[in-house]
Write a protein of this length. Structure first.
Length: 291
């Protein structure tokens, strides 16, 4: 048997699982089949089965495909929820299947449609398929902490709280707006007031390079502590503007309308606990940005 045949055979052994993942993300049997087929094509192009966790690898690929489809659907204002769920694909873990059997149906799919694409992917992967946040993070282009927050927010919405999802987002817009104003004016006291004492700032390699080119304070892959992070952002965000990053309030540096750096925030109890600066072109392309 050739390597290609072995790879195809291993894929087919996981097809039912992948269709189950895709259906719960997309809410459409037809779109789920399309997502699985696109996953098959990507896997065959990769041309390797030498992966430690083959099923997990396939799951992350189909999740990325579904994320792209959800974002494309949003741009077209489409909501293709199946009216029938009689042939819902089975989840591999019988105990987990029993726990959610009563909740997965048209009603739940309709609720899932109210989530942002990233919230939906994080919630489905973690709560329905027990995927760790470390594994979910690269799928949605966010940190594990941000992935955890997205899943938590999705979970609350699915469970019926808050009744008005804009409540959380309004508070987030308020905090991020205050951060932007304080950063632009160089008001360190105001920055300290909205940063958690243990806040962490993470920057990817491209963001660090962009900082050097701009003559701004040097960045490191990780900077911890309220004072250090406040000093980094003092007077730094003059060219930034407010934006929605996968439905969350964030900042974007977009000279000429082209996003170059995105600043993503994670909040807890009204304070900023994590900031991510993203400038890698591939990661930027994976984000759903509105500004």
């Amino acid at each position: 048997m050739t390597e290609t045949e072995i790879l195809a055979e291993r894929f087919e052994a996981n097809r039912s699982h992948l269709r189950s993942v895709a259906y719960r993300m997309l809410g459409s049997q037809t779109e789920a089949d399309d997502a699985v087929q696109e996953t098959f094509l990507r896997v065959m192009r990769a041309g390797t089965s030498d992966v430690d966790n083959f099923a997990g690898w396939l799951t992350t690929i189909v999740a990325r495909v579904c994320l792209d489809m959800l974002r494309g659907r949003k741009s077209r204002r489409e909501v293709p929820v199946d009216a029938e769920v009689e042939s819902l694909p089975a989840i591999d873990n019988p105990e987990r299947e029993k726990l959610i059997a009563d909740s997965v149906g048209v009603a739940m799919l309709v609720v899932l449609e109210t989530l942002t694409a990233a919230e939906r992917v994080a919630f489905v992967l973690h709560d329905m398929f027990d995927i760790s946040f470390d594994e979910i993070a690269p799928v949605i282009g966010r940190s594990p902490t941000a992935a955890r927050q997205l899943a938590s927010r999705g979970r609350r919405r699915v469970q019926g709280a808050p009744a008005n999802p804009e409540a959380d987002r309004a508070r987030q817009r308020e905090v991020v707006g205050a951060f932007l104003a304080a950063s632009q004016s160089g008001d360190v006291s105001a920055l300290l007031a909205i940063l958690d004492p243990d806040v962490v700032l993470r920057a990817d390699a491209a963001a660090m390079e962009a900082s050097v080119r701009a003559g701004a304070p040097a960045l490191a892959p990780e900077i911890r502590g309220r004072d250090s992070v406040a000093n980094i952002f003092r007077g730094r965000a003059r060219a930034a503007q407010l934006a929605l990053v996968d439905g969350d309030s964030g900042l974007v540096f977009a000279p000429g309308g082209q996003p170059r750096v995105v600043v993503d925030f994670v909040l807890e109890n009204g304070r900023i606990v994590e900031i991510n600066m993203i400038a890698d072109a591939e990661r930027l392309a994976a984000l759903d940005l509105e500004f």
